[in-house]
Structures are given as C-alpha cells and as structure tokens.
Design a protein around this ligand. Sequence first.
Ligand SMILES: Nc1ncnc2c1ncn2[C@@H]1O[C@H](COP(=O)(O)OP(=O)(O)O)[C@@H](O)[C@H]1O
Ligand SMILES: [Mg+2]
Length: 235
Amino acid sequence: MLLDALGLDAFYGQSQVLHGCSIDVAEGECLALLGRNGVGKTTLVHALGGLHPVKRGTVTFAGTDITAMPPEKRLRAGITLVPQGHRVFRSLTVAENLQVSLRPPGSDGWTMDDVFDRFPILHERSTQVAGRLSGGQQQMLSVARAMLGNGRLMLMDEPAEGLDPQRVALIGSIIKELKQRGTSVLLVEQRVSFATGVADRVSFMNRGEVTDTLGIATVREDPTIVTRQLGLVAS
Ligand SMILES: Nc1ncnc2c1ncn2[C@@H]1O[C@H](COP(=O)(O)OP(=O)(O)O)[C@@H](O)[C@H]1O
Ligand SMILES: [Mg+2]
C-alpha cells in the first residue's frame, strides 16, 4: 500500500473524533471515503496531511513512518491536499496561487500549461486576485494547486461540493487522469454517484472509524449496499 494508516485516535480537546481509524490507499487507485456529516472524514484527512495531531496509531507513506512528520515535509514527500471548502490564497493572483504550489513535474507530472488547458477559466483570470473568483472557480483553483504539487497521493476533501454538474464531471475526469499518471487519490465525498463513478474501492466511515471497505464491482452490483452502510450511521 502507498498509504497505510493504522489505529488512529484524534481529539479536539477532550472530545475524541477518530477512534482507532484505519485506512489504506494503493498505488494508482482512487479510494472513495463515504460517510455522513460529522463522522470525522475531514479530521482524518487532516491527520493524514499532518494538519491534525494523532494521539495513537501510525501513518506509513511509501514505506516510511510519517506519523510525526510536519505538513510541509509530507507535501515534499508527495502528499498533496485539496482542503474542504475551496481554501486558496485570496490576496494572491490566480497565477501566483499556482506558482507557489508548483513542484518540478518530472516526466509525467502536471505543468502550468496542463492546468490552464483543463481549467481555461483560470487562464482567463490568471492576473486577478483569487478572492474575487466565484466559489466554484476557487475550488477549481484549489484542485489545480494540488495538481501542480505533483505528488504521489492526492487527498481531496469534498472537491465537488457546491459545483454544478459540468464542473463535477470535470473533477471526475481530472481524477481519472491523475490515476493514469500514477497518482493515487483519496476522495472524500457526500455525492455517492460521483464517488462510485470514479473510485476503485469504497471505504465507509462511521463515528470516527472506517467500518468497511468494498471493491467497486461489489458496490455497483448492489447500490443498496451504500445506503445500508451509510444508514448504519443514523441508528
Ligand atoms: N475545530 C473543531 N473543534 C471541535 N470539534 C470539531 C472541530 N472540527 C470538527 N469538530 C467535530 O469533530 C467531528 C468530526 O468533524 P469532521 O472531521 O469535520 O467530520 P466530517 O468531515 O465527516 O463532516 C464533528 O463532531 C465535529 O463537530
Ligand atoms: Mg468534512
């Protein structure tokens, strides 16, 4: 496995949010992580990106224990992040936002031209400050920034949130292209149909832990599995 997180506990103050949470992502796959609001998906993504401390458990990435590694170092090691809720540098221009994210693309990586080609609107708006973009455009910028990080694993926290169907489809095609280029994706999603359309496996999260992981063929054969898995949360 490229990423292997085992038995993570995480807290906000006294309140425990991750309870022995384990998840793994294989080389070149898209793993969708589904779960209702508040089960701890974002906290898990932050723990994997080094933005939230874990009290217990280990995170291994490409064979290295990164549990105590700070976020900048994880980024350099190849873990990129699309945070929930289109976070960009609002006072920098679109081009500056992209330039600060750019890491050497190597032979198969993303260049500025590549992202301008996939997101023409970012090219058109490249000299505007990012804070003046619409929410959807900022989300595109956030995804583009993560692409230019040229990592081996992209953590995407609800990248399709608030986007129109055309842009959701664009994010889907970007995920497929990332996989073709050998980048793994951990996709946190609420939109089940979008997630199951691009994922190779699906993990279900309930109250701070991953309770089940299924191959995509199993999920597509019987879509009621998803409702039942997510329904467990309500009980
Ligand atoms: N900064 C915070 N301080 C205290 N509690 C938080 C904070 N962020 C999230 N929580 C709580 O932690 C739980 C998990 O939140 P989160 O990881 O954002 O879940 P999800 O992404 O699945 O919606 C929720 O109960 C939420 O209220
Ligand atoms: Mg969240």
